[in-house]
Design a protein around this ligand. Structure first.
Ligand code: TSJ
Length: 651
């Protein structure tokens, strides 16, 4: 028979459990479904500890039809002997003594996790009833607790009787705890098979060789699940990679310890592009990472970069690859066990202990290098990983450029340039012309000269930079270039859309000198690189201002090159005057209109895609050339006999 009822003098010990019932949130976070499972994890974790310490090999978890759950291990059994001074059994201490500090207390006697080690007494306090059996010394010890009204007050975890030897013969060893959560505490008391199965499977992966059996007696069919992984973390990683294709057959498995911090890690690369690093401390998932994960990443990056140099994949001049490059396609599970864990972060799932970073970094640096030196198979794996990382770095570089383009595009979208552009009044883009004019003074003249109903003027101050030579972000940071993009309104790069083009003729008007030729080449290069359809569809033109004005009495003729000048001289005879225009700015508005802007009189060279492709080369050619550059460039491009499809003189 069980011993006598628990008596009043022992009630004092229950005051701690009162606190748990008054403010359960302080101890288990919530009284929702998460909290409900929390109190189960507390029990499971205790059994896990016994197993992890090598004293138990199997854990049985059962969900019973009456709403209770039980956890049983085959360990040594909770101590049953009485504490010499207090006369209280080990079992009673476990279920009635609250660990000080509640949820911030990690001071469990082993590496227990789950509730951050608040203890089995919390489970007891929040249960309608709890029964514990200890199988030891060939017999069965038993103790029961329940929620009941004492002195008019409802209390939890009240012993029904002291621990006693039932005399029931036991030919096994271990501890069995069964409890029913208190429905007056929890919002729900229905355990989730899914949640429990997932966590037990995870624990089985994290604790190699421990057999965990889960039985749900609520189910009519297939109530039993079994989780047992001889390979531990390596099995975990292979399981995670089941749907991916692995880059090397066997996960890399490393373990080690330093300063009382124990580490295990398994990693395997796949053809995925994502990084899947899962980390744990004392079997608790650290979803937000933390110092242990940081230590791992530092070590991986360092060891891999060292090998990349050693084997010549990275040369002296090359920069190190980034950690991200070495983690592309990586699946890894990192498990650390240590004392006094501290959590940080939004959800308190980030390990904060700085010593974990140092220890993990150190262990992995040593063990990973050791692994790669362990034989030809490991060397082959190293080779695969390095090649993957170098590819990842290349892709990253390309992606970075793409991103810069996008960022610059967005800047342009919000950039207001209206001040510089003298737009035209006409609303039909197909009739509209944009003159990009070199220099403010020529721009002013062009503005006076133009027909404002369809001609817009964009003066270019300074020289727009060379689009071919600079990185896209620099190109787009240039105000002249941004002004052009804005004025055209059709976007840039992949986003360029002719449908949005504001001007169907884009006419470059620059001086007949070296600078003018250079600006022209730069603009063409820019259009070629970032607005190819603009050129391809024939929207880009070069305006041809005259080089000379020849006059005799009332007869005036404008001449566009030296050969034509010779011809005109013969016709005009000796008494003629010849004026050479050194720049657009020397012309009057009337002259500029008559010679260069009036569609009835002007000559435009339509730029072909080949012209634009050549433009970048021309930049350097023109820069170093001493001959009449305008002649060398424009005349050649005006040679429309070669490719009529691309080159045509347009009015
Ligand atoms: F949660 C719990 F405390 F109720 C609980 C504890 C629940 C379950 C299912 C198992 C356990 C548990 C505790 N299993 N095994 C142990 N082991 C001990 O408590 C133990 C046994 C022997 C010795 C020793 O030094 O001889 C020390 C300890 C802590």
């Amino acid at each position: 028979m069980p011993p006598k009822d628990y008596n009043a003098k022992d009630i004092r010990i229950l005051e701690g459990l009162d606190a748990v019932r008054t403010r359960p949130g302080m101890y288990i976070g919530t009284t929702g479904v998460r909290g409900l499972h929390h109190i189960l994890w507390e029990i499971v974790d205790n059994a896990m500890d016994e197993a992890a310490n090598g004293f138990a090999s199997t854990i049985n978890v059962e969900i019973h039809a009456d709403g209770s759950v039980s956890v049983e291990d085959d360990g040594r059994g909770i101590p049953v002997d009485l504490h010499p001074e207090t006369g209280v059994s080990g079992v009673e201490v476990v279920f009635t003594q609250l660990h000080a500090g509640g949820k911030f207390d990690n001071d469990t006697y082993t590496h227990s996790g789950g509730l951050h080690g608040v203890g089995a007494s919390v489970t007891n306090a929040l249960s309608e009833w709890l029964t514990v059996e200890v199988y030891k010394h060939k017999t069965t010890y038993r103790m029961e607790f329940e929620a009941k009204t004492v002195d008019g007050k409802l209390k939890g975890g009240v012993p029904k009787y002291q621990l006693f030897d039932t005399g029931i013969k036991a030919d096994k060893q271990g501890t069995m705890v069964r409890f029913k959560p208190d429905k007056t505490i929890f919002e729900t008391v229905v355990f989730s098979l899914d949640t429990i199965a997932k966590r037990l499977k995870e624990l089985a992966f994290l604790n190699r060789g421990i057999r965990i059996i889960l039985t749900d007696h609520r189910l009519q069919q297939n109530p039993r699940r079994e989780y047992f992984y001889e390979g531990g973390l390596s099995d975990f990683v292979q399981y995670l990679n089941e749907t991916r294709s692995a880059a090397h057959a066997e996960p890399i498995y490393l373990k080690g310890s330093r300063d009382d911090i124990y580490l295990e890690i398994a990693l395997q690369y796949t053809d995925a592009y994502t990084e899947n690093v899962f980390s744990y401390v004392n079997n608790i998932p650290t979803t937000e990472g933390g110092t242990h994960e940081t230590g791992f990443k530092i070590a991986l990056t360092k060891v891999m970069n060292d090998y990349a140099r050693k084997c010549g994949m990275l040369k002296d001049k090359d920069a190190n690859l980034l950690g991200d490059d070495y983690r592309e396609g990586l699946t890894a599970v990192l498990s650390v066990k240590m004392q006094n864990i501290q959590f940080e972060g939004q959800t308190k799932t980030k390990l904060g202990n700085p010593e974990a970073k140092t220890a993990v970094d150190g262990i992995i640096e040593d063990e990973l290098a050791k692994f790669f030196e362990s034989g030809p198979k490991a060397k082959a794996t190293l080779d695969i990983i390095l090649k993957k990382a170098i590819l990842a770095a290349k892709v990253r570089e390309a992606a970075r450029k793409e991103k810069e383009i996008t960022r610059a595009k967005n800047q342009i979208d919000s950039f207001n340039l209206v001040g510089k552009l003298s737009s035209c009044s006409g609303k039909k883009p197909e009739n509209n012309e944009l003159f990009i004019v070199e220099g403010d003074s020529a721009g002013g003249t062009a503005k006076q000269a133009r027909n404002r109903s369809f001609q817009a003027i964009l003066p270019l101050r300074g020289k727009p930079l060379n689009a071919e030579k600079k990185r896209i972000d620099q190109v787009l940071a240039n105000e002249e270039i941004r002004t052009i993009i804005s004025a055209l309104g059709a976007g840039i790069g992949d986003d360029f859309t002719l449908d949005d083009l504001n001007y169907h003729k884009v006419i470059i008007l620059s001086d007949a000198d070296q600078d003018g030729a250079h600006i022209r080449a730069i603009l063409l290069t820019f259009f070629f690189r970032y607005m190819k359809p603009l050129i391809h569809e024939g929207h880009v033109y070069i305006g041809l201002p005259p080089l000379y004005k020849i006059a005799k009495k009332d007869a005036v003729e404008y001449v566009y090159d030296d050969a034509a000048l010779e011809d005109a001289r013969k016709r005009f005879g000796r008494a003629s005057t010849i004026q050479r225009y050194k720049g657009l700015g020397e012309m009057s508005a009337e002259q500029l209109w008559a010679t260069t802007m009036n569609p009835a009189e002007r000559t435009l060279v339509r730029v072909s895609i080949e012209d634009a492709a050549e433009a970048e080369k021309l930049v350097s050619v023109l820069m170093g050339d001493a001959v009449d550059l305008r002649k060398a460039y424009i005349i050649e491009n005006a040679d429309f006999n070669k490719e009529d499809a691309f080159r045509e003189i347009a009015k």
